[in-house]
Each structure stands twice: as C-alpha cells, then as structure tokens.
Design a protein around this ligand. Sequence first.
Ligand SMILES: [Cu+2]
Length: 126
Amino acid sequence: MTRTRFWWIGACLAALLLLGPTSGWPHAYLVKSAPARRAVLLRAPTRVQLWFNERLEPRFSRVSVWDREGKQVDSGDVQVGPDELIRLSVGVPPLAPGTYTVKFRVLSVDGHVVEDQFPFTIRESQ
Ligand SMILES: [Cu+2]
C-alpha cells in the first residue's frame, strides 16, 4: 500500500544516487576520424573530421590542428554536424608535408568532458 510505494520510491532514489557516480565512463569516445590516428597521407586533407559514439554539445566541443612547432594551423571554423551531431570537424588550409597533431575536447549531452589528441602525417609526394 502507501508504505510499500514509499519504500519503492526510496529504493529507486537510492539506486539512482548509487549508480550516478559509477556510470562516470568517458561516454563520448572517438569512434573514427579522417585522417585516422597516425595516418600517413599522400594528399593533404581539406578538413579534419571526428566521429563520436554520442551526440556532442556544440558550444563546448573543440577541435584544433597543430604543426610540429606548436603553431595552430586550422581555419578555426569548428563545426558539429550539421547533419549528424556526432561529427566534429574543422577546416585546414593546404598543409605542407609534415606531422600534425589534432587536439580535441568535447562535451557530450550527458555532461562528460573528453579530451585527447592524435597525430597524422602528410608525406612528401614523389
Ligand atoms: Cu558520459
């Protein structure tokens, strides 16, 4: 009766409180990217694209591209979507051969921040 109902509500609240913090996995993880992690390319990309397993919060999602000397080389036009909200991208001007680092920091809709980076290389064309 009412007492049983109260017990159930209490049990559900307790379960939520207990499960909340432990479900703190980095939920928005990078599924794939173009260029891929450690890719060696013969042709420079025009845009660096990252796909995540979960929708991103556009206002708090960043991606940038850096050269070996630590200079930011992307065009700054960071975009989530617009077609798929799991895709984050930024344009790059024609890049010279060399190794570049993609850095990203995203906030998924469930409130978790994930930050990582990976390199890719553009090879000298023969
Ligand atoms: Cu999460």
